[in-house]
Design a binder for this molecule. Structure first.
Ligand SMILES: O=C(O)CCC(=O)C(=O)O
Length: 258
């Protein structure tokens, strides 16, 4: 499975500009025969949270239409990062996943809101897991701060998830946490982790990429890129079962104790 990580800069509060970039990068990755294209967190407006009333995507309609069209045109799976959405009178940080047929397979609102970026002041918390199938593989998707909650990722993997997609705007100043947490999540859950971060700056933070793809053995398949661009990796999905058989942590969990 060929993965394309779109490590892009995001124009603050400029959804049209970001949308054009998403189209351009999708074309590029599709021409390189990617099976799955992954975008970063909040790619429509960045963290322009105080402009969400005007800019958030109402019910995610514009984003869904765009991703469906691109996925169908290029017959490619897309993990559409996440976007600021408005549902009723409330705002969310929402991830959509679309398969090659243009079907929405994932629709997830970020569950753990990040107080250091004021998310709790503007957004509502999601309430459900994000498990879905892509090319007959059981996948999960989470957003940025969610990776600091090992039990959240574990819950997805207990239910069969073999690839965890992580979409993020993770600041440069804590990039060492990003690298360690992602690697730990891959090793402890014996799953692939495909994590896409943005680059660039916004009024409050600097972002230096380091999008990562990690094998279920904890091997770094990709992870040192700091510039904007599309970065590719191939996943051998059989590795998940082989490693889960060789060190049977899922069998050995003490469900009677915890
Ligand atoms: O946990 C962190 O250090 C970063 C989290 C974050 O930036 C986010 O959830 O948007």
């Amino acid at each position: 499975m060929k993965i394309a990580c779109i490590q892009m800069d995001i124009a603050f509060g400029e959804p049209e500009k970001n949308r054009d970039k998403v189209i351009k990068f999708t074309e590029e990755a599709a021409h390189s025969k990617a099976d799955v294209i992954v975008f970063p967190e909040m790619w429509n407006i960045g963290y322009a949270l105080d402009q969400m009333d005007q800019l958030a995507d109402r019910n995610g309609e514009k984003t869904k239409q765009l991703l469906i069209k691109l996925a169908k045109n290029y017959q490619v799976n897309i993990i559409g990062g996440s976007v600021a959405t408005k549902k009723g009178n409330q705002f969310y940080n929402t991830m959509y996943g679309v398969n090659r047929k243009g079907e929405i397979v994932s629709d997830y609102d970020k569950v753990h809101l990040f107080q250091l970026m004021d998310e709790h002041l503007y957004l509502e918390k999601g309430q459900s897991l994000n498990i879905f199938e892509m090319d007959n593989i059981c996948c999960g998707g989470v957003i940025c701060y969610d990776i600091r909650f090992p039990e959240w990722i574990r819950t997805h993997c207990i239910k069969g998830t073999k690839i965890i997609f992580v979409v993020a705007q993770w600041p440069k100043k804590r990039i060492d946490h990003w690298q360690l947490l992602l690697r730990a999540r891959a090793i402890e859950n014996q799953c692939f982790v495909v994590a896409v971060n943005r680059v660039g700056i916004d009024p409050n933070n600097e972002f230096n990429g380091h999008s990562m793809v990690i094998s279920p053995w904890g091997k770094l398949l990709m992870g040192n890129e700091t510039k904007e661009g599309v970065f590719y990796t191939n996943l051998e999905i059989e590795e998940v079962d082989l490693i889960r058989q060789s060190i049977p942590v899922f069998q050995d969990r003490r469900k009677d104790l915890y």
